[in-house]
Design a protein around this ligand. Structure first.
Ligand code: GDP
Ligand code: ZN
Length: 346
């Protein structure tokens, strides 16, 4: 297996050489399981662990898709994570709103929707925002075209909430439109899929991999000797390209920043440039170009409303994050005080 087939390119090569990681070699993380990382490299596939030095430096832990520098004399040890080209993250479950990284170095994210059900534009906008935030390129797949009476009308509708994004109608069931995806999965490019349950992600993955998800499943024994069934989280496709499909991908939640929002609302932002006030919220400010665009019919009122809604959610997430960060800082200071005290005692 060549590194380029796994997605290696100049970006990673430059970081790798600049750090003079001489006795180390690069490998890509294909799975993480209780402190063990399955990695793919020119030396094949094997399990690696974080080195003591790495853990001591307390860098962020590797995730699926990461390129790591590995040392192998006997056991394989991960010594460093190379800088990420893109990073897809989500809000962690529960009340905390810190980010959780779910996959790294994804080039393209297929946002999957279904033509018949679930064509929820607001949700689509959120997914777009998440993908823009990650640095990856969003591409919208409108699956189950075989069930729609006029697939192209649906596409046109979706286009209005996703300016500048490629949209592909297709049917994973009949195979129609699937060849449109080939450019995104050519050699060395990494793709991932997000979308609600039932829209056909597994069916699309099966069509791309030529495997059925059941076939992909691998049985592994854990420490207690009992078997657990997991599916492959990173697959190198026969057509070239690498597919990432982790459980985290499947439960992606909202966590955007303004950057992502303005990309997902590029049409609105282009009007906003002409607002009188730089910090215009487009609610009731005088000389607001966005409100003017809605009034003259150039921008839909729905679109402005969903912008406001997303902005409000974002503010909510942000205040929670700030509070969480403040608490964490207090905890850290407390711990630091304690360790200074115990140090003095000895
Ligand atoms: P996932 O939850 O997103 O992984 O969705 P699945 O791949 O499990 O698909 C959900 C259901 O939709 C299954 O019954 C599929 O057979 C069906 N399905 C998937 N793609 C298509 C399609 O292109 N056309 C039709 N008619 N059904 C599809
Ligand atoms: Zn305005």
């Amino acid at each position: 297996m060549y590194l380029t087939q796994l997605g290696w390119n100049n970006f990673f090569q430059n970081h790798f050489s600049s750090r003079q990681l001489l006795d180390l070699f690069p490998a890509r993380v294909s799975e993480e399981n209780r402190g063990f990382y399955r990695v793919l490299s020119e030396q094949g596939e094997f399990l690696a662990q974080l080195s003591g030095k790495f853990r001591f430096r307390a860098e962020t832990n590797p995730v699926v898709g990461d390129w790591v520098a590995v040392k192998r004399n006997g056991a394989a040890m991960i010594e460093a994570v190379l800088p990420r080209k893109t990073s897809l993250s989500r809000k962690t479950a529960g009340r905390r709103t810190d980010e959780q990284l779910i996959a790294a170095n994804v080039d393209t994210v297929f946002i999957v929707s279904s033509m018949n059900q679930d064509l929820n534009f607001r949700r689509l906008e959120r997914y777009l925002t998440i993908v823009w935030d990650s640095g990856a390129r969003p591409v919208i797949l409108l699956n189950k075209a075989d069930l729609a009476t006029d697939p192209y009308a649906v596409c046109a509708e979706v286009e209005s909430v996703a300016p500048g994004v490629s949209i592909h109608p297709l049917s994973a069931k009949t195979g129609e439109g699937m060849t449109e995806l080939h450019p995104y999965i050519s050699c060395g490019l990494t793709v991932a899929l997000i979308g609600s349950s039932g829209v056909g992600k597994s069916t699309i993955i099966n069509a791309l991999t030529g495997l059925s998800l059941e076939v992909q499943e691998v049985r592994e024994s854990d420490d207690s000797g009992s078997h657990t069934t997991t599916t492959r989280q990173m697959i190198v496709l026969n057509a070239g390209g690498i597919l990432i499909d982790t459980p985290g991908m499947r439960e992606l939640q909202l966590l955007e920043n303004e950057n992502g929002i303005s990309n997902a609302f590029a049409d609105l932002e282009s009007f906003a440039e002409n607002c009188k006030f730089r910090d215009c919220t487009h609610r009731n400010e005088p000389l607001c170009a966005v409100i003017a665009a809605v009034e003259s019919g150039l921008l839909s009122a729905d679109r402005l409303q969903s912008f406001h809604k997303l902005q409000a959610e974002l503010n909510f997430v942000r205040t929670k994050t700030d509070r969480f960060a403040a608490n964490a800082k207090k905890q850290r200071e407390k711990r630091a005080c304690k360790s200074v005290k115990s140090f003095k005692r000895t």
